[in-house]
Design a protein around this ligand. Structure first.
Ligand SMILES: Cc1cc2nc3c(=O)[nH]c(=O)nc-3n(C[C@H](O)[C@H](O)[C@H](O)COP(=O)(O)OP(=O)(O)OC[C@H]3O[C@@H](n4cnc5c(N)ncnc54)[C@H](O)[C@@H]3O)c2cc1C
Ligand SMILES: NC(=O)c1ccc[n+]([C@@H]2O[C@H](COP(=O)([O-])OP(=O)(O)OC[C@H]3O[C@@H](n4cnc5c(N)ncnc54)[C@H](O)[C@@H]3O)[C@@H](O)[C@H]2O)c1
Length: 451
């Protein structure tokens, strides 16, 4: 006999955990199923511990900027401090007891196991059956994608899951992939003294972002001693028991450690999505504005393909939970999804890039302003690289996208996110007052350069 519940939540990433708790608190009977750790990738292997490493590494970089600005300094890196912080404060040593108890206190029933959807209302967890009267909510996230490079399988390579648990900064590290994971961690470890080589298959770093942002990180990272090799696809990999050797583009790279950060994968087959008519070969599941795949089955988070970010997962969780509860709720909108890569300078962006806007046949106008030439950037001096790029739909007189890269690029992005989200007329953005001398005054400068 299948165990009955109002709602079954499969996968408790950030959004699944939030939605499950809210639904349980509202009085619904909720079964939450998680095969690993409640909270998902973000707190245990992703955002939070990686940002703790970055915070620690950035403090070293700031200390090294003292001679240019304020005298002398000596920073002696010790990775043990942040490794311990990740254990004590971020991951509880990869133990989710507190999160499970929080869910149970909210009234939920927690089941540890691997769930498979068997029909529009039914779920099987390692042989135990469950039936949902109201909804099934999927929040199963992604796993690291490991390319089939000859020699790689079977070696002790790292993905984001192992690198986050490192107790020491290795002497040397090869990073496969110049996306957000690869670059954030490459810079963080470099600042702790690790010799880094980044191998990116495409011709630019951060290939999904504006070329100006890519060029910025391609300038900044080598200046810190990081080896950047774009257009470089690994052809073979060996591990001799102590070191990795990667062959690519006629060259050989050797390092103590190898980090594979080449994107993410999903296994919709294993999740049983064929049983509700989903094409299991697709990279994401199609959902309507209230996150339904079909009536009664919802999906949120990375698997929906609207940006693999915690804030998207949480945003969708709110909408899906409200809809399941029968509350009046606005549908999801994705025209102003913000994203920040936490390199130093941070690379923030929202909405469309120039290329995406042109592909949509918009009447595109763009403008850029350089942070070092703004008053605040000039004052800031050491570590002041950055830019604002605006992408406007000239016909409608609004911004449809923007990039904010700089020392606080992710924070400056907030005003641009609001402008794109609200479709604020450019005329009104030009009429407002920008505090002097802030980094965000560069937005005013860029607005003045739009035709
Ligand atoms: C190194 C790194 C850094 C990142 N930094 C940031 C950042 O700074 N900002 C940001 O917004 N995002 C960041 N992300 C992305 C972020 O972690 C994810 O977008 C976020 O976790 C949301 O994912 P999700 O909600 O889809 O689920 P996930 O967090 O992926 O969780 C899904 C859960 O489902 C479980 N599960 C899967 N299948 C089953 C099954 N069949 N049965 C039971 N349970 C199952 C998994 O065990 C997992 O716990 C980062 C990611 C990485 C890897
Ligand atoms: N700050 C943040 O918000 C943050 C940080 C980290 C990750 N994330 C999320 O996690 C997702 C995954 O991050 P990611 O960096 O792994 O993925 P990604 O897909 O963004 O980047 C992977 C990179 O690896 C390259 N690549 C693929 N195969 C390769 C190969 N064989 N050799 C060399 N390079 C190869 C790709 O061209 C790409 O540039 C991101 O899309 C992002 O949404 C977010």
């Amino acid at each position: 006999m299948a165990e009955q519940a109002d709602v079954i939540v499969i996968g408790m990433g950030p959004g699944g955990e939030a939605a499950a708790a809210r639904l349980a608190r509202s009085g619904a009977s909720v079964v939450g199923i998680e095969k690993n750790l409640v909270g998902g990738e973000c707190p245990y292997y992703g955002c939070i511990p990686s940002k703790m490493m970055i915070r620690a590494a950035d403090s070293l970089a700031e200390a090294r900027r003292v001679p240019e600005l304020a005298g002398t300094s000596q920073a002696v890196p010790d990775f043990a401090t942040v490794a311990q912080r990740i254990r004590d404060e971020a991951t509880d040593d990869w133990d989710d007891t507190v999160a499970v108890e929080r869910f149970e206190k909210a009234g939920g029933r927690f089941v540890r196991g691997t769930a498979r959807i068997t029909g529009p209302k039914t779920v099987s967890v390692d042989g135990q059956d469950f039936e949902a009267s109201r909804a099934i909510l999927l929040n199963t996230g992604t796993d690291p994608a490991v390319p089939p490079i000859p020699g790689l399988a079977g070696t002790p390579y790292w993905t984001n899951r192992e690198v986050i648990a490192a107790k020491d900064a290795p002497e040397s590290l090869i990073v496969l992939g110049g996306g957000p994971i690869g670059l954030e961690l490459a810079q963080a470890f470099a600042r702790f003294g690790t010799r880094i080589e980044v191998l990116e298959a495409l011709d630019t770093l951060l290939p999904l972002e504006e070329p100006e942002a890519s060029r910025l990180v391609e300038d900044v990272l080598p200046a810190e001693g990081i080896g950047i090799h774009t257009g470089t696809r690994a052809e073979s990999i060996e591990h001799d028991g102590t070191a990795f050797t990667v062959r690519a583009g006629g060259r050989t790279y050797t390092a103590e450690r190898l980090l594979v950060a080449t994107g993410r994968r999903v296994d919709f087959d294993a999740l049983g999505l064929a049983s509700i008519g989903v094409d299991t070969g697709a990279r994401s599941v199609p959902t309507d504005e209230h996150l339904r795949i079909i009536d009664g089955v919802y999906a949120i988070g990375d698997i929906t393909g609207h940006g693999a970010f915690t804030h998207v997962s949480m945003y969708q969780a709110g909408i899906a939970a409200s809809h399941i509860l029968g509350e009046e709720t606005a549908g999801a909108e994705y025209h102003a999804v913000p994203r920040v890569t936490f390199t130093d300078p941070e690379v923030g962006a929202v909405g469309l890039t120039e290329r995406q806007a042109r592909e949509k046949d918009l009447e595109v106008a763009t403008a850029t302003a350089q942070i070092p030439s703004s008053a605040r950037g000039w004052i800031h001096k050491a570590g002041n690289q950055g830019l604002i790029k605006l992408v406007a739909d000239a016909e409608r007189g609004i911004l449809v996208g923007a990039t904010s890269a700089g020392p606080t690029g992710g924070e400056v992005l907030s005003m641009l996110t609001l402008a794109v989200h609200e479709r604020t007329p450019i005329r009104r953005l030009r009429e407002m007052i920008y505090a002097y001398p802030t980094f965000h005054r560069a937005v005013e400068d860029a607005l003045g350069r739009l035709p």
